[in-house]
Design a protein. Structure first.
Length: 109
């Protein structure tokens, strides 16, 4: 469920990020970051049965650059939602239109 900060509505889960078209930026402490298409990222988590809460998403992600350099999975420090979709965004497979509409109608009702 979304919450408000400074009078603005903020998404708290991947579905809200996808429904509101907010790109998901994941940042590591080393300075590396990745930006994901919210629809594909939500669909990936939904199919796996993982929690879509943004606080839980951090536990499923790790920095590839840190993994390559130090040999350990380093979890991201921040997850931000962007209003613009930048070039080079990571796009995962999307749900088909019928499935997306079914789930959107479930959240509305």
């Amino acid at each position: 469920m979304a919450h408000y900060r400074d009078g603005l509505k903020r998404a708290t889960c991947l579905f809200e990020a996808a429904a509101w078209h907010r790109a998901v930026k994941v940042r590591c402490g080393c300075g590396h970051f990745a930006v994901f298409d919210p629809h594909g990222l939500w669909w990936f988590f939904h199919r796996k049965g993982w929690s879509e809460d943004l606080r839980d998403v951090r536990g499923k992600m790790w920095c590839r650059a840190c993994r390559k350099s130090i040999g350990q999975k380093v979890r991201p420090r921040h997850i931000d939602l962007l209003t613009e979709y930048p070039k080079g965004m990571i796009t995962l497979p999307l749900p088909d239109e019928r499935e997306w509409k079914r789930i959107v109608s479930r959240y509305r009702g």
